[in-house]
Design a protein around this ligand. Structure first.
Ligand code: GDP
Ligand code: IMO
Ligand code: MG
Length: 427
């Protein structure tokens, strides 16, 4: 089968953009299936860097069709900013399709995200403040506005009006701020509605037809397993389902149609936003990894928290998504280190945990159990086969494979397209 799901197997920012772009060369279709512009996927082509937030990372290949699936929440202003920027840089976006069932992020969602975060004080999640959570809340409350609604002015205005009646009470009475006016939002959306029409379609048909034809189809996850609403470090999560199961719901395709599932895994661990992180480093090594790896958020520019590789997390991802392989990225970032640690279990009050706990209180108390490996202290960025990697780097990758039980089908040694070692047929 040729349908492959690619997910983030840690806390996001694993390099999904780079791997998606790499695989997109041979893909007929790339589908984003959840999240919104909280994502920031970086693709580097030669000296050009593209930061994609909503548009699938397959867009740079003119023959690859790109779909924004039904479970993605779409901020149409941001969408057109991204489209216009791509057009300005000479990228053809006529191969983009957007689900008629995708929900729209409204200005009041962004405002609510901000106010709710502020209100949480010390307990804030550290969201991207893009309105993601509030948009998914409205979807679950069955009051959300979908792409299809935008195409019918009467429906759009009616739904907006009903939403604002309730939302404005919240803004004025609870938060003590000004509310929104229907006519202002309609006017704000006006210029986009005609432009968005040609992109909107029933994308589930597009995706299923493509899979049924035997095309190479790639599902590009956003965020990562530990940010999954059900399986992540709740409540420090996003409001969608980045795990592989999310691809079926988020694209409108049955699980029997999926072939392989790859987890993108950084050779160490990072996290943006709040919440427990057992292998986090607070010392000079953490600082060094942040500097060498340019670990600053693609979307918000926040410094990413950095720590050692955590096999407990990746094993958890293997179980949650049935990973058939991993794409190990940023191995080169560790090139200069004397020694490298791998966490293979947690010490929780003297007991050894091999599985990721549900309780955040317990997770906060977990102390990582490390094994120490010798660094390779050589440049890996020029390696193009596994054998060209320094012996200690090969050992590090093999040890990760042993501890997680899955093969590293891709090893990335730099942000560029050609800095990619491929160890098996990917589709
Ligand atoms: P995503 O959200 O999973 O797509 O990841 P981001 O784009 O937010 O962050 C990953 C960053 O690492 C980007 O700046 C990539 O260009 C970069 N990157 C990806 N793979 C590699 C790699 O193997 N080595 C290095 N040095 N950088 C990489
Ligand atoms: P990509 O696709 C890393 C984090 C936020 C915050 C939490 C909730 O680039 O890997 P939200 O705005 O979604 O309500 O924020 O989730 N977060 C990400 N962290 N990479 C991402 O996306 C993220 N998208 C959201 O920092 O902790
Ligand atoms: Mg990112």
């Amino acid at each position: 089968m040729s349908a492959v799901v690619l997910i983030g197997a840690q806390w996001g920012d694993e390099g999904k953009g780079k791997i998606t772009d790499y695989m997109a060369e041979k893909a007929d279709l790339v589908v984003r299936y959840q999240g919104g512009n909280n994502a920031g996927h970086t693709v580097v082509v030669g000296d050009e860097e593209y930061k994609l937030h909503l548009i699938p990372s397959g867009i740079l290949y003119p023959n690859t069709l790109c779909v924004i699936g039904n479970s993605v929440v779409v901020d149409i202003e941001i969408l057109f900013k991204e489209i216009d920027e791509l057009i300005r840089r000479g990228v053809d976006v006529s191969n983009l399709r957007i689900s008629d069932r995708a929900h729209v992020i409204m200005p009041y969602h962004r405002k609510l995200d901000e106010l709710q975060e502020e209100g949480k004080g010390a307990n804030k999640i550290g969201t991207t403040k893009r309105g993601i959570g509030p948009a998914y809340v409205d979807k679950s409350s069955r009051i959300g506005i979908r792409m299809i609604d935008l195409l019918d002015r009467e429906v759009f205005e009616r739904k907006l009006e009903a939403n604002l009646q309730e939302k404005n009470l919240l803004f004025t009475k609870v938060y003590g701020v000004e509310g929104f006016r229907t006519e202002d939002i309609v006017a704000q959306f006006e210029p986009y509605i005609e432009r968005i029409k040609p992109f909107i379609t029933d994308t589930s048909i597009v995706v299923n037809d493509s899979v049924d034809r035997g095309d190479n189809v790639l599902f590009e996850g956003a965020q990562g397993t530990l940010l999954d609403l059900d399986h992540g470090t709740y409540p420090f999560v996003t409001s969608s389902h980045p795990i592989a199961g999310g691809a079926c719901i988020g694209a409108g395709i049955g699980p029997t149609k999926i072939g392989k599932v790859y987890g993108v895994v950084k050779a160490y661990t990072t996290r943006v936003g709040a919440g427990p992180f057992p292998t986090e480093l607070f010392d000079a090594i953490g600082e060094r990894i942040r500097k060498e790896g340019h670990e600053f958020g693609t979307t918000t520019g926040r410094p990413r928290r950095c720590g050692w590789f955590d096999a407990v997390i990746v094993r958890y991802s293997v179980r949650m998504s049935g990973l058939t392989g991993i794409a190990l990225t940023k191995l080169d970032v560790l090139d200069k280190l004397e020694e490298i640690k791998i966490c293979h279990g947690y010490d929780y009050r003297g007991r050894i945990l091999k599985d990721f706990p549900a309780s955040l209180k317990a997770l906060e108390e977990c102390k990582p159990i490390y094994e120490v490996m010798d660094g390779w202290k050589e440049d890996t960025t020029q390696a193009r086969t596994f054998e060209e990697l320094p012996v200690n780097a090969q050992k590090y990758v093999r040890r990760i494979e042993e501890l997680t039980g899955v093969k590293a089908v891709i090893v990335a040694v730099g942000p560029k397209r050609d800095q990619t070692i491929v160890r098996e047929e990917l589709f």
